[in-house]
Write a protein that binds this ligand. Sequence first.
Ligand SMILES: [Zn+2]
Length: 89
Amino acid sequence: MSSGRNTTQRNRDRYRIRATHAACGICGDTIDYTLPHTDPRSFVVDHVIPLAKGGPDRIENKQAAHRDCNSTKRARIIAPIVKRSGSLH
Ligand SMILES: [Zn+2]
C-alpha cells in the first residue's frame, strides 16, 4: 500500500519536528509539547504552503504549530476554495 509508506514518512517528519521543540510557526508562541492532542494549544504539524495550495508533503514544507492556530489558518485557506466551487452550482 502506497498510503502506508506515506503515513510512515509523515510520522517520521512529525517526530523530527516535535524533537526540535520549536515555537508555533503561525503565532510565534511556545508550544507545550506535553499537552494531549485534543487540547487546542497542543502541537500539530502545519504545512507552510498548504497541501490544498499545492504545497509538497515534505519536511521542508512543515513546521510546528498550535492546533487552534492550524485550524484557523486552514479555515482561512479552505473557505475561499469552498466559496469558489460553490459558485459553480
Ligand atoms: Zn500558535
